[in-house]
Design a protein around this ligand. Structure first.
Ligand SMILES: [Zn+2]
Length: 238
């Protein structure tokens, strides 16, 4: 397995890191070169100056980031339309969601565990892109990275009940409910107006694939994967 699962690199750079990625992205705004080096994307280093990492608190807070952003946001959703700036969120089982509207050149990154999914942060982020950044939901591309799936993600009945309104309710195994947050987030975004065909879910379960990904739930791993997205800067000489 490579250090990163690379989804696209042209109009937007979109990737999910794996266990092989050995770098910790600092909170706030930092230089993007080490992130790109550790992801084997060195050739993009001259396209990005900065990377932003929020302090994640399982909230529905969404922050808009620019190169002037100085503070460390407590946020689980990030949006930028500034070229040359990477957005990153970290997970180890929770659902990482990256969004891209190529016509309006705006990107977003969302961290959505059961709390964030229950607070509908993915929907709120897509809505903000639509209402405040003129994104067209029909053109919005959504990439959902590796997360813990319903083969492994046992929850309490109280938590399972929160998601009863979705088409894929919990699976019951040995009397215990198991849920699939990636699927629930996909359905949530379809309800927001994003076409099903625009939403891509990575096939891996972080709980099942110990050699590829960190899993807090299965192995109490202290490491995290990063989901990273940004619009490359076009140099004036090109
Ligand atoms: Zn699994």
């Amino acid at each position: 397995m490579d250090a990163a699962i690379i989804k696209r690199t042209k109009k937007a750079v979109i990737f999910f890191t794996t266990r092989q990625f050995n770098y910790e992205i600092p909170l706030g705004l930092s230089h993007s070169s080490p992130i790109l080096m550790a992801s084997n994307l060195h050739e993009l280093s001259n396209r990005f100056s900065f990377c932003y990492q929020p302090k994640q608190i399982h909230s529905k807070n969404i922050a808009v980031v620019t190169k002037e952003t100085k503070r460390i946001y407590e946020a689980d959703g990030l949006i930028t339309n500034t070229p040359g700036l990477l957005l990153s969120i970290r997970t180890a089982d929770c659902v990482p969601i990256l969004m891209f509207d190529k016509n309006n050149r705006v990107v977003a990154a969302v961290h959505s565990g059961w709390r964030g999914t229950s607070k509908q942060i993915a929907h709120l982020c897509a809505k903000k892109l639509i209402d405040e950044f003129a994104a067209d939901p029909k053109k919005l591309m959504v990439y959902i990275g590796p997360s813990i799936r319903d083969c492994c993600y046992e929850v309490s009945e109280k938590i399972a009940k929160r998601f009863n309104s979705y088409n894929q309710p919990s699976k019951i195994k040995n009397g215990k409910p198991f849920i699939d947050l990636a699927y629930i987030n996909k359905e949530m975004l379809i309800n927001t107006g994003v076409p099903e065909g625009n939403i891509c879910i990575e096939k891996w379960c972080t709980g099942c694939e110990a050699q590829l990904f960190y899993s807090w739930r299965k192995r109490k791993d202290s490491g995290r994967m990063y989901a990273v997205i940004g619009i490359p800067e076009i140099r004036k000489t090109e």
